[in-house]
Design a protein around this ligand. Structure first.
Ligand code: MN
Length: 246
């Protein structure tokens, strides 16, 4: 019965196009449960069904994964572009735009933050190493264990991210060769690595649309403050549900 009162949080999944299997790191699922939500997995099998499910959701978590098709931000594929999944891109761009339109709280993680920005009209670096010209890059594809914070991130003190994480500086893990480039007009950057790479964004006027470039789902069990991101999503979802009176 306790789950009846929990807000329903949809989590997008990865899809192996060769094996035709859906997968999700359980850290996402467990974090939503731990934060007080009821997670529901959204595979990339049938876009129309996923969009129908969205109507029942109180919140949406866009999970990590491969690169986004650059045609969505008007570019040809760079030589260092990695794997892309056309089904997943189409589904998530669509889900993200609809959720933003309905002001459904969204948390984007790694690929998820890039996808949010692209869906709303922004761009990304298709490959940081070959496209970053603003000085020396730090290592963003860490070879340390996945729960380990390998680089520092600094937060804007006047941001939702700061309020959720409770610290001005933190160490995060890093598994990305792409990153936010031009922000969509509805977002602002609120977290940066020391080299200037954007590590977090949030919406200017939506109730809750936040994205981070790192992987808190792999850190929260060892670093408690990382759960704050999932708690932020779940409490925004809860408030929306109470407001909607469902
Ligand atoms: Mn990074």
């Amino acid at each position: 019965m306790v789950f009846m009162t929990r807000p329903l949080i949809g989590i997008t999944c990865d899809y192996d196009m060769e094996k035709q299997t859906t997968k999700l790191h359980r850290g996402y699922y467990d974090a939503i449960v731990e934060a007080g939500g009821l997670p529901v997995l959204m595979p990339n099998i049938h876009e129309e069904n996923a969009c129908k499910i969205l109507a029942f959701l109180d919140g949406l978590l866009l999970s990590g994964g491969n690169d986004v098709e650059p045609a969505y931000f008007g570019e040809a594929p760079h030589i260092k572009l990695g794997f892309i999944n056309p089904c997943r891109d189409s589904l998530e761009i669509n889900l993200c735009r609809q959720a933003m339109e309905r002001d459904i709280p969204i948390l984007g993680i790694c690929r998820g933050v890039q996808l949010m920005n692209i869906a709303m009209g922004g761009t990304i670096y298709q490959d940081l190493e070959s496209q970053w010209i603003a000085g020396q890059l730090q290592k963003h594809s860490q070879l340390a264990p996945d729960w380990y914070g390998s680089h520092e991130v600094e937060l804007d003190l006047n941001s939702r991210l700061f309020r959720m994480l409770g610290v001005k500086k933190l160490r995060t893990n890093s598994f990305h060769h792409q990153a936010i480039r031009d922000l969509a007009s509805c977002f602002r950057a609120t977290a940066w690595c020391g080299d200037g790479v954007v590590e977090g964004i949030e919406a200017l006027s939506h109730t809750f649309a936040v994205g981070v470039q790192w992987h808190p789902e792999k850190m929260w069990q060892k670093d408690e403050k990382m759960l704050g991101l999932f708690e932020g999503l779940v409490s925004a979802a809860k408030r929306r549900r109470e407001k909607e009176g469902v």
